[in-house]
Design a protein around this ligand. Structure first.
Ligand SMILES: [Zn+2]
Ligand SMILES: [Zn+2]
Length: 213
């Protein structure tokens, strides 16, 4: 079995981390949170085998590039069903957050075809990730967890290096977020690398040490 290759693109006005998860043996690729219609990322994907887009959650800064990529490569969008209403409100979110940056094609959303739940598995070539449901930052936030040495966790805006996600947005809940972090992230092996929605990556052990909530 090959080892997952991770390529990071920092995209959009919120400097969102968009990840390409690549199986080097087959070039099969899952795209996590395409945050912009980015030519460099599209060029890179043309040399790979894009299979699916996974949204860690439905906030606009993680979804702006999804519909155009889904159309361009003929691939489905996958997310937790509890965040689909949020995803469908992208036009309203754009107006709230980005004002003048609205382009008409941002409103032409591709509907997520694959609804993910806790415990589902996603294959990237011969490598398998497990879906972890992490409500709190939004109702249908998820992470993809790849077991390994070390494991890798793609957790969107639930946990950052030195911080946690905000809970003042649509459907956010502080106690639910803390419970997701404590019970579903901090129970993973300490050396697990945490790839967040913004900023540098970190590890579970480092964040347990810094956790002040
Ligand atoms: Zn968010
Ligand atoms: Zn974000």
């Amino acid at each position: 079995m090959s080892t997952l290759k991770v390529e990071t693109f920092v995209l959009g006005p919120f400097q969102t981390n968009s990840y390409l998860l690549i199986d080097p043996a087959t070039s099969e690729t899952v795209i996590v949170d395409p945050a912009a219609d980015d030519q460099r990322m599209i060029k890179r994907l043309e040399g790979l085998k894009p299979k699916m887009i996974v949204q860690t959650h439905g906030h606009v800064d993680h979804c702006v590039g999804s519909s155009s990529l889904a159309r361009r490569f003929g691939i489905p969008i996958a997310m937790h069903e509890l965040d689909v209403p949020l995803y469908k409100s992208i036009p309203q979110q754009i107006q709230a957050f980005m004002g003048g940056a609205v382009r008409p094609e941002m409103f032409d959303l591709v509907t997520p075809e694959i609804l993910l739940n806790e415990g589902d598995e996603i294959a990237v070539g011969s490598i398998t990730a497990k879906v972890i449901h992490l409500p709190g930052h939004s109702p249908g936030g998820i992470a993809l967890y790849f077991q390994g040495d070390p494991g890798k966790l793609f957790c969107g805006d639930t946990l950052f290096a030195d911080g946690v996600g905000r809970t003042d947005l649509w459907g956010g809940s502080w106690p639910t977020l803390l419970s997701s972090i404590r019970n579903k992230i901090f129970t993973l092996p300490g050396q697990t690398v945490v790839y967040s929605g913004h900023g540098p990556d970190t590890t579970v052990a480092r964040e347990i040490k810094c956790f002040a909530y």
